[in-house]
Design a binder for this molecule. Structure first.
Ligand SMILES: NC(=O)c1ccc[n+]([C@@H]2O[C@H](COP(=O)([O-])OP(=O)(O)OC[C@H]3O[C@@H](n4cnc5c(N)ncnc54)[C@H](OP(=O)(O)O)[C@@H]3O)[C@@H](O)[C@H]2O)c1
Length: 292
């Protein structure tokens, strides 16, 4: 049995759906990462064969206002899970982020797993500290991914695609950042890759994102093109958008280490992945078929 934290979130929820009865999903309120004794108790009782740690404090801008809480969840609690994984002698897979590469704005080459991290801001730094905690247990995987979207979990705050669809419906003109390059990724594809990796026992760090890269503006344009919606949308800069927390200007991840597994599930191009999600979404939320 595999213990999945963040089971009510986007990725944790998708992992639980794909694993079915093989997984036990853990999340708030019964499972609180800030209750370290409770976390220890739960996992010692479960004695899982593996722990997949997809829960996190993910509110990137809010994290700037509550760094202690963000670090406690993303770094300290991850350390508790690493200790438990060692005690239970089971693999631990920690989900991390492209944000660990926030400090190289002039970069044009995708980042490889061994490239030095340069996290900027509270969320990114806390996730990187989580990575360092996980390194203490040899049977670890660190999976860095980016821009997740897919079926929302019961607790998910939303995602970029859903935000664009909501704003697109409002009929207002939109302004979207066009100077941050990365690869938005579909949770169904990321979850398949995570499940595959766990079966390899090839521990280490892996970059798992869809293929190719884009900007948020171009991603938004593709969403509306696929939906066939006529939305007025214009590109803006990161400065014009003015978010509280810093975002990487270029955080494209090189997935060739994962691609070397010849039988690994594919990581389709981001445009194909988006089209797949929008088709799937029509089945999930039929009323949203109505455009505009
Ligand atoms: N979303 C992205 O674009 C993205 C990009 C790169 C990497 N990642 C990483 O990928 C992983 C999954 O992301 P996601 O989009 O699936 O996140 P998500 O939808 O926000 O889900 C995270 C889950 O963790 C739970 N959680 C938060 N604090 C907790 C606590 N103290 N104890 C127990 N559970 C807690 C959340 O519950 P509440 O909602 O109730 O707080 C939520 O159910 C995270 O590790 C994230 O850092 C995400």
């Amino acid at each position: 049995m595999i213990a999945v934290t963040g089971a009510k979130g986007q990725l944790g929820g998708e992992l639980c759906r794909q694993w079915g009865s093989e997984a036990v999903g853990l999340d708030l309120p019964e499972f609180d990462l800030l209750d370290f004794d409770g976390v220890r108790r739960t996992l010692r009782e479960l004695r899982p064969h593996a722990i997949v740690h997809a829960a996190a404090y993910t509110a990137v801008d809010k994290a700037e206002e509550e760094p202690d809480r963000c670090f406690a969840i993303n770094a300290t609690a991850t350390g508790v899970l690493a200790e438990l994984a060692r005690e239970l002698n089971c693999p631990l897979l920690y989900v991390s982020t492209d944000y660990v590469f926030g400090g190289e704005p002039f970069r044009t080459e995708p980042f490889r797993e061994e490239d030095p991290a340069s996290p900027q801001g509270v969320y990114a730094t806390s996730k990187y500290e989580g990575e360092l905690k996980v390194l203490a247990w040899e049977k670890h995987y660190i999976v860095r991914t980016c821009g997740l979207y897919g079926r929302l979990g019961a607790n998910s705050p939303g995602n970029f695609v859903e935000t664009m669809i909501r704003l697109g419906r409002s009929g207002k003109s939109l302004r979207v950042v066009d100077d941050q390059f990365c690869t938005p990724s579909y949770v169904v594809h990321v979850a398949r890759a995570i499940r595959y990796l766990l079966g390899t026992s090839m521990f280490g760090t892996f970059h798992i994102v869809n293929d190719g890269f884009t900007t948020w503006y171009r991603f938004a344009c593709e969403i509306f093109r696929l939906l066939n919606w006529d939305v007025e949308i214009s590109p803006i800069t990161t400065e014009e958008y003015g978010a509280k927390a810093p975002r990487p200007r270029f955080s494209v991840l090189d997935t060739s280490k994962y691609q070397r597994f010849v039988d690994a599930p594919p990581l389709p191009h981001w445009k194909d992945a988006l089209a797949e999600y929008l088709q799937e979404r029509e089945k999930l939320y039929p009323r949203n078929k109505v455009a505009g």
